[in-house]
Design a protein around this ligand. Structure first.
Ligand SMILES: C[S@@+](CC[C@H](N)C(=O)[O-])C[C@H]1O[C@@H](n2cnc3c(N)ncnc32)[C@H](O)[C@@H]1O
Length: 270
């Protein structure tokens, strides 16, 4: 009977691995964002009253905010805010928070919760909208990008969902140009070992990748590209990747830590 308990786990792992390979290959890269956001939109845990929301800041987030380079008060711009978990905590610490989030239900739930509370606002928008607003497009963030900020924060893991280095770099450059003197706080998903190298699942993944490539699947799959059903598409990054990204976007690393991956960046030439 105890042995039977172990049957579903490998099966579930196999299903998840095959689903991951199928979606990475067959959802065209330009459609990944929409699916990721649709999946987050169903995650009540991030909305006001949900478990993640109620958990408040993680210890590592408190430590990042306590870094001497981060201002103790002022205005913070927060991207990838979910339903506003960080907004509540930042507001309680004394910051004024302007936040945005691309999942419509989360943004709406958070906006309703914060509409009458001084010190926090949440707009329905993505990092891509932010970049376009900085470049002059009129959108939901047009007024946000022209207002001053003392610190910038990319909400928990949110930059991991931007899978291309060039797009990540565009976002950081836009952040730097909108608030050149503001330190930028971010967190990232680190590389994981998915399966035993050379094991059945590892080999299955490789066969699927070759087959899908031969069948001209639209998605190019690299090590570190991931899909999970509760968080959609994301790309894992090492500390070295984040340092390279910072350099490329005109930032230098004031602090970087792993497990979990997190960093504070400052403008090279404010
Ligand atoms: C792990 S959740 C964290 C939510 C919230 N920061 C929290 O900690 O409760 C990651 C968030 O990133 C958002 N996200 C994904 N892609 C994004 C993008 N391109 N622009 C902005 N946010 C994005 C998701 O919609 C999701 O709300």
């Amino acid at each position: 009977m105890l042995a039977l308990d172990r049957v579903p786990r490998p099966l579930a792992r196999a299903v998840a691995a095959i689903r991951e390979e199928v979606l990475l290959a067959w959802v065209a890269p330009e459609r990944r964002h929409a699916l990721t956001v649709a999946l987050f939109d169903r995650q009540a845990t991030y909305a006001p009253g949900g478990n993640t929301f109620n958990g408040g800041l993680f210890d590592w987030e408190r430590e990042l905010l306590a870094h001497p380079i981060v201002p103790r008060s002022g205005r913070i711009l927060l991207g990838g805010a979910g339903g506003g978990r960080e907004i509540v905590a930042l507001r309680d610490l004394g910051y004024e928070v302007v936040a945005f989030e691309p999942a419509a239900s989360l943004a709406r739930a958070g906006a309703d919760a914060f509409s009458d509370v001084h010190g926090g606002s949440l707009v329905h928008a993505s990092y891509e909208d932010f970049v376009r607003a900085v470049r002059g497009e009129r959108n939901a963030l047009s007024n946000v990008v022209t207002s001053p900020f003392d610190a910038l924060m990319l909400g928990w893991g949110s930059i991991s969902h931007v899978m291309e280095d060039g797009d990540r770099s565009d976002i950081l450059r836009a952040m730097r140009s909108a608030a050149p003197n503001a330190p930028l706080l971010l967190s990232f998903d680190e590389p994981t070992v998915l399966e035993k190298p050379g094991g059945v699942l590892d080999r299955t993944r490789r066969v699927l990748r070759r087959l899908f490539a031969l069948a001209r699947a639209p998605g190019r799959v690299r090590e570190g590209d991931r899909f999970v059903s509760w968080a959609g598409f994301f790309r894992e990054s090492s500390a070295a990747d984040i340092k390279a990204l910072a350099r490329d976007a005109g930032y230098q690393v004031a602090f970087i830590g792993v497990k979990p991956g997190r960093a504070i960046l400052v403008n090279v030439a404010p």
